[in-house]
Design a protein around this ligand. Sequence first.
Ligand SMILES: [Zn+2]
Length: 429
Amino acid sequence: MIIREIASSLYPWDLADEPIDQIVDKLVEHSAVNSIYLVGVMHYEKRPLTSLFYTQNPKRKWYAPEDSRVYYRMDMNSFRNTRLKPQFSEREFLMHTDWLDVLTECARRRGLKAGAEISHTFYDTVKAQKEFPDVLQKDIHGRPFSNHFCCNHPDVAEYMRAIFYDTVKNHDIDFIQTCMMLFHVGKPVEQPWFQKDKADPKLAALLGVVTGGCFCENCRRKAISMGYDWDAIVKQLSELERIVTATPYHNNDVCIEFQTLMGSNLTEAGLLLEYPALFQFLEFRKKCITNLMKDIYEGIKEAKPNVEFRYNNYLTYPEFAGLDYKAVAPYLDSVRDSDYTEQRDVVDDFQYKRGTLLKIRRGIGYDKPLLAAFAVRPNATPEIIIRSIQALSTVGVDGFSLGHYDGSTNKLLHAVKDAMELYDIHLAP
Ligand SMILES: [Zn+2]
């Protein structure tokens, strides 16, 4: 099999703590990496994520990033049409350097592809809650979600377009990747404790959507302008929300409805026929996300036509968040799937991983690059990584993406080269 790319993410603090050439030496030697990208806007998450302490960092044991800071310079003129402005690091060891320039300078010198990632969130969520609570998504009761921004809010839509545009305009990158959170998918509903059969995970996730978002005033206005009877949709979804949040002590008049529903073998199609508002709600959100992706894509191409827009899939059921790969395909140049089965007990022989990749592939078509991520961090073993790459060699991926250097070991990294040799996988020259 011929692939085109083996990518690795790097965080600004990785580059502050260890010389970038020393990092890249390891990635190239052990994993044949030919593409590096900076996680240039990172959410509030302790690093490393899946283990107590760093394995590669020579300076610190662990790190707690600030929320949603941008670690490279931006032209504030790009943000003149939105109340939301980028926030930068206030930490001495990070704040005086453009970390994306550090990464691209190294990539160019060594002939590697260079990219930037705007991760799950792109704005300080505490600041947003305090200063601009209207930009946050709302649940069906009007309560805001703490870290999901509504793309139907004009300030959010403009901020999202601008942050991609400006990153591409003012930095020498080949691709810009994002795993930005879309519509809040709610929480899959849980089977009542005394029902011993497991709830169907797809039905549980679909039902959970009514506990997600967004039900804000901007969504209402937009839906009505698109011809939806929004108030009727919300009325029917409210009835369903009462049912799926019922317990013997809360909404007990519909508790039996919930208990029988979860014990039944009703299909998702059956549910959508009973609650057409649920279908309309999903369809409305799909149209909104498709528009958002179109705006971002056009902004990127306006800045530099050759820069690639890559979505980094992290969703089990993207369509529940508004992401329909067939609908957004015209506005994506490539997709990375961030499944990290390798770091758990592999009980399904990578069936979930392969299924997700094929789902994305049939959505984006057969010509656009699809990269499969895998975990090179603790809990994975070289043997598991080799098995994973064997599975990937059967589903027509165009590249790999390592998650993540900060928790890796050289042995885990080297499993990539070992697997490529075993399964006859080559990088295109
Ligand atoms: Zn909204």
